[in-house]
Every structure is written in C-alpha cells, then in structure tokens.
Design a protein around this ligand. Sequence first.
Ligand code: PLP
Length: 416
Amino acid sequence: MHSIDPFFQKGEGKERYEAYLTCFIREQYMKVLPYRTYAEVNLQQLKENTRKVRALLSKDTKLLAVLKADGYGHGAVRIAKAIEDMSDWFAVASFYEARELRDQGITTPILVFGFLDDSNIEEAAQKNITCSALSYSYALHIAELCEQKKLRLSMHIKLDTGFHRLGIACEEERITEAYKEVRTLYELPQLQITGIYTHFSTAGSKALQDEAFLARQYQLFCDMLHRLEEDHIDPGIRHCCNSKATLTNPEMHLDMVRVGLYLYGLGSDADIEYLKLEPIVNWKARIYAIRDVKQGEGIGYGRTFITPQPMRIAVVSLGFADGYSRCLYASDQVYVLVHGKRTRILGKICMDVMMVDITDIPDVRVNDTITVLGSEGTQRISANLLGRETGGTAVEVTCGMGKRVQRVYVHDEGNC
Ligand SMILES: *Cc1c(COP(=O)(O)O)cnc(C)c1O
C-alpha cells in the first residue's frame, strides 16, 4: 500500500497545475488537482445568490457586499471580481483587507468597518478607502491627522443604537449630545462624511422582546436622521440592514443594505430554502493512504475507536490545522462523503490527517477526493451542521478554512 502522494513526490508546482486547470473541464481537473485539501468555490453560484439578494431590493437601494475575513473564507479578491458589476459597495474589517482589494484593481467603493492605525490614514485617503467614524474622539483624531497631512478622508459615521460594540452612543439619555457630535463631524472640512450607519443585534429573531429591540434601534437611527434633515445636512448613504434584516425588514433598507452571509449561501436552513440560495463552497481533501485493519484495533490518538470488525480505512489529508474542527470526531451527526456516500470519521482528528471508514465503499483509491463540506452527488454536508456540531455557527466553518486549504475557483458551466 503506497501512502505518499505521487504528485508531491514528483514535485509538481502549483503554477503548472493552474495551467492544467485552465484546460480541463470540471470532472477532469478534479482528478489532477495536486492539493492535499482544497476549497472549490463556485463563482457562478455566488453570482446567482447575489442576483437573488438584489431581487429583494428596490431599484434605488444599493447593495454593499461584505467581504471581511477574506470573503468569509472564500477568498475576498476573487469574490470581489466576480460580483463587482452587481455590487455598489464592498466592506471589509481592516485597512489591509481594503488595500488588498485596491491593489488587485478593485475600484468599487470600499468601507472599512474597523479602526485604522494612524500610519494607514494617508494611504487610505490616497486609495479612496472609506473609513468608519467609530467614536467621536477617534473621528476628531483622524480629522487632526488629515489637517496635518493636508488630506481629506471619506468616512461613514457609525451609530451605536444598542449593539454596544462600536459607534457613537445614541441612547435616549444622550441623544442630543450624540447629535451634536454627529453634526460636528459632518461640518469638519477634513472629513468627507458620505454615509451613516448602525448595526442590529437581534435581526431575524421572532421573540417579541427582540423584535421590539430592533424597532427601538431603528427608531433611534431614524431620530438622528430626522435631526440631520431638520438641519438640512445631507446624511449621505443611510444603511442598517445585514442579511437577516434585509430579508425580514424591507421597510428598513433605506439607501443601502450590507449583505454577507446570503451571498455565500449561508444563513438559517429556513432562509436558504426560502431564498433558494446555494452554498458556494465544496471543501475537499485527498486520500493519502488506504489501510486494512483487523478487528479489535485502536485507531488514532488515545485509541478512542476500536474496530468492531475488520475494517478498511482511508487516511485523509485534512486535519484540525487546516481548520476542520477537531471536536467533530466525537459527533454522531457529522459525516464525510466518499464517492458520494456518507461515512464517518474514525478516532480523533490529527493535526494534518484524519481516518475515515471506507469498509463498505467499493473501489476507493489513493488520491481520490472526499468532501467534508458541500455536496457530492445527491448528498450534502451543510455548514450549519458542522457549525452546530462544533458549538458554533456556519460562518465559523468557512472562515476557519485554513491557510493550507487551496482556494480553487470554478465558474461558467463548470469550466475552471
Ligand atoms: C459582518 C457585518 C455585516 C454582514 O452581516 P451578515 O449577517 O453576514 O449579512 C453587516 N454589517 C456589519 C457592520 C458587519 O460587521
């Protein structure tokens, strides 16, 4: 039984394989991929999801596609390029993510949700990156830096209407004070305030107190907008909805919605079904080795799994260091797909490999790929399942796909 990946043995380079990829149709290139584990991202499906989200919006409402955390793990640059024509804005969490998009030729407006270091302000202004006024003192500080460097920076003001994370605090008790701060920022010549936004903490919850809280947050936001209107200040782009609120509260869309999850086909099972979204990633790994093991043998660290009968196992080139959560081995709900059939993980997941049962799956060969997230044939493993079984959420699964998981992009009828 040979266990060494013949592609790695031959030392084939990534570039060579990318060249291969361009001339193979989907079924064929699956067989030649050299990666031990890879995430196949379907850009066609991404566009389809984006179209479906756009269909929820009136023609005057802009779409901001959220690309933080490397496009929720799918690869921000390729995602941005694929939906550039369908998105009015992009958003990321940090200056560096925004710069990466600009350096790759993305010219769409970009909003940074997070703080910027002083040392990045100049480049942000030059690269037309829009920043967030996340507190009054921070915005004044940025204005001072702009004054010193003779720059003008585009910003959106963030209001904290109850999430209590970031933004100018707008509780009822200090709303007059908060409004003064907001107005001052609009009037500062060093800052070009082109928008204003807030973020909901209970979007989509059906619990009465949560619905009331959302309504209260929206009310506070509208109160500020109303005051600006009375003072004849153009607020710029007004936005507050994430994916969930975009679906449940169309009356709150205002000028723009900020959608992440739905573009990637993520969200609650009910939302995905209702909107007819599809996940855009299949996470795969290759079989390194195949072993026949006698009855009564332990598999892996701690011998937590003892073979109840003679078994055939596949050693798969994917481990917890690739971001596949180690705790999933203990779940009786989680499975992997080998030749389109469900099968289970045996023993503890190691750093770089895991073992799976192929006793009842015929003709499995070394270098075959297995699927740990996404679909194969009629079977599907959802990010919601893996998220739930790790005690987290679907988006943690896609964001967690590690550095060694090569992103491979497919689009247009399966051509790569
Ligand atoms: C992440 C994020 C969003 C997108 O939320 P989804 O639930 O993924 O649609 C919107 N707004 C802000 C401020 C965010 O941080």
